[in-house]
Design a protein around this ligand. Structure first.
Ligand code: ZN
Ligand code: ZN
Length: 361
């Protein structure tokens, strides 16, 4: 495990941010830094020291999971105990992630420390740990790879199962049941099954609608293995397609493949977005491509980097991103194709190699 290396990087980021400690309350960040998976935790970093605060329900689990940190089982809210201990340790300026801290939480953080140090004690900083998490280490890449592979295996099985007349909900239930039997801890997010006209909903929740005799079915789903998520989308056609359906599919597939080929360390996220968008523009379809091209994936389903227009952030080796252009024509049909891609020195490695060529069932 690489927790020590992660905390060393975190300590560097903390000092670069001009603070002498960091309060971490976002649970995926806590897990990333020490391995603890409980539902109530706060973690403090100051210098090279990390302390995990949780409650009595997690005494045994924290001992078993937390690596290299002192564990404090608090009788009061974990955040309160964490803030008290930061103040006692003499931390004068403690950073916190403004994106993960509610006004109410900040209020309780302030109340936890003595009035004489309260002023200037808590300093909002950029999401330092989320930023570190964008670049995956080898341990994380192995876990993400396994989750992506399981996703592909499930999709291949679904090809044998999909047929007209099944409800979208039955399809989602079958997929999720098989995922759990195959070892998934959970689904990464609510499974999307959108068929027929509903395929024009970019995030069509599986409904009671029946799969049509002729039309698209979009499956967008992911599994969680060892805390790490997968995310993939495939769109298949039931019955014989109309030529417009086939043309739009081919354009989305080309956009997706061109964007995957554009992935490389040093290329900006905006350039990859533009690679997909320009293909659809050339086909006169960009007006129907209403979302961004992709996002990072890891302990959370949506992480940085964001692959959207004008994003100047360069991709880095070790990032895991999705490439998922789509076209949605309300009242007609829609489709999306999504892969997970690992940014490597040489370019991009697709982690979800399930077939993307036109499938007619
Ligand atoms: Zn997805
Ligand atoms: Zn996605």
């Amino acid at each position: 495990m690489n927790f020590r290396a992660r905390r060393t990087k975190a300590a560097r980021a903390v000092s670069r941010a001009g603070v002498d400690g960091l309060l971490v309350t976002h649970l995926p960040d806590v897990r990333y830094l020490c391995g603890f998976t409980g539902s109530n935790a706060a973690l403090t970093l100051s210098g090279s020291k990390a302390v995990l605060f949780t409650d009595g329900r997690y005494t045994a689990q924290a001992k078993a999971e937390a690596t290299g940190t002192r564990v404090v089982i608090a009788k009061k809210p974990a955040v309160t105990a964490a803030c008290e201990s930061l103040a006692e340790a003499g931390v004068k300026r403690c950073g916190f992630d403004a994106e993960q801290t509610t006004v109410a939480l900040l209020d309780s953080m302030r109340k936890a420390v003595p009035a004489k140090v309260r002023r200037g004690m808590f300093v909002p900083v950029q999401p330092l740990i989320a930023r570190l998490r964008e670049v995956k280490d080898s341990d994380e890449i192995a876990k993400i790879r396994a989750a992506a592979q399981l996703g592909c295996q499930l999709f291949d099985e679904m090809l044998e199962y999909l047929r007209p007349g099944l409800t979208e909900r039955e399809v989602a239930a079958t997929l999720e049941h098989r995922a759990r039997l195959a070892g998934a801890e959970a689904m990464s997010f609510e499974t999307i099954v959108a068929s027929g006209e509903r395929s024009a909903f970019p995030h069509g929740r599986a409904s009671e609608a029946k799969l049509p005799r002729r039309g698209f079915v979009t499956l967008d789903f992911g599994v969680v293995l060892d805390g790490y998520m997968s995310d993939m989308t495939r769109t298949v056609h039931l019955g014989k397609a109309q030529s417009e359906e086939r043309e739009v599919y081919d354009a989305v597939l080309e956009a997706q493949q061109v964007a995957v080929s554009a992935v490389a360390a040093g290329v900006t996220a905006g350039d990859v977005d533009e690679a997909a968008r320009s293909v659809l523009r050339g086909a006169g379809l960009d007006g129907w491509f209403t979302h961004s091209t992709g996002h990072g994936v890891g302990l959370e389903i949506h992480e940085g980097p964001r692959l959207a227009a004008r994003q100047t952030q360069p991709l880095e080796q070790g990032m895991v991103i999705t490439i998922e252009p789509g076209v949605y024509m309300p009242g007609k049909f829609g489709l999306r194709i999504e892969d997970m891609v690992l940014v490597t020195a040489a370019g991009g490695e697709v982690l979800t190699p399930s077939v993307k060529a036109w499938i007619e069932l």
